[in-house]
Design a protein around this ligand. Structure first.
Ligand code: ZN
Length: 202
C-alpha cells in the first residue's frame, strides 16, 4: 500500500513552512483529516493496519484514541478489529476519559493515533487508561513521523520517542522529514515566515 500517494492524492501532505506544536519548523505537514474525510479511504487504511496487528498475534480488547486527532483512525481500526472503541480527551489541558466509558481490570487496550510523532499525547492518554485498570498492549497509527521504531521498518528509535519499547508500535508508513529549531531553520533564513497548521503538530 502506497500511503504517501494516498496522502498526496488527498492533498494531505502539505509543503510550505510550518510551525509544529513542539515549536520546531518543518517544510512538510501531514493533515490526516483530509485523508480520512473519505470513509472508504479510512476503511482501506484501517483494514491494512488491522491485518498487520492480527498477524502479530497481539490480543486487543479495546482501541482507545487519545483525543481528537486519533478519533477517526481509532474508530475505523476498532471496526476492522471488531473490538470496542473509546477515546480520551483533553479537558483544561489534562487528558481524561469521560463520556461514561469504563475500563475493566486487565482489559487489553491499544492506543491509536492518526500520526505518531514522539507519542507524547498517546502516552498521556495511556497513563489515564492504566489508572482505570487497563493494560496497554500496543500503539498504532496510520503513519509514523520517524522518531519511533515501528514493526516491520528499519527506522530506528530516536531519543525523543516517548513510546515504551516493550510493546509493539504498528503503522503503515514512515514520513521522515527534517525538523528544525527556529534559530537553525533554513526556511526562516530565506526570509519566509512559519505558519501554524493545527494544534499539537498533528
Ligand atoms: Zn522556519
Amino acid at each position: 500500500m502506497d500511503v504517501r500517494k494516498i496522502y498526496m492524492d488527498a492533498d494531505a501532505l502539505l509543503e510550505g513552512h510550518f510551525k509544529l506544536s513542539s515549536g520546531n519548523h518543518s517544510q512538510f505537514y501531514l493533515q490526516s483529516a483530509k485523508v480520512l474525510e473519505d470513509p472508504k479511504t479510512a476503511k482501506l487504511l484501517a483494514d491494512e493496519l488491522a491485518k498487520e496487528i492480527k498477524a502479530s498475534g497481539v490480543k486487543v480488547d479495546t482501541v482507545c484514541a487519545p483525543a481528537l486527532g486519533g478519533l477517526i483512525a481509532g474508530f475505523a481500526l476498532a471496526q476492522a478489529l471488531d473490538v470496542r472503541f473509546i477515546f480520551a480527551e483533553r479537558v483544561n489541558g489534562e487528558m481524561s476519559v469521560r463520556r461514561g466509558f469504563e475500563v475493566s481490570k486487565g482489559e487489553k487496550v491499544l492506543m491509536c493515533e492518526d500520526i505518531i510523532t514522539t507519542g507524547g499525547s498517546a502516552m498521556e492518554a495511556a497513563a489515564v487508561v492504566k489508572e482505570l485498570g487497563g493494560e496497554i498492549v500496543a500503539v498504532a497509527a496510520l503513519a509514523n513521523r520517524g522518531f519511533c521504531k515501528r514493526e516491520n521498518s528499519d527506522v530506528k528509535t530516536k531519543p525523543n520517542c516517548k513510546l515504551p519499547q516493550d510493546i509493539p508500535f504498528f503503522a503503515l508508513a514512515d514520513f521522515t522529514f527534517e525538523m528544525y529549531e527556529p534559530e537553525a531553520c533554513p526556511l526562516c533564513k530565506n526570509g519566509s515566515e512559519a505558519i501554524k497548521p493545527g494544534s499539537r503538530g498533528n
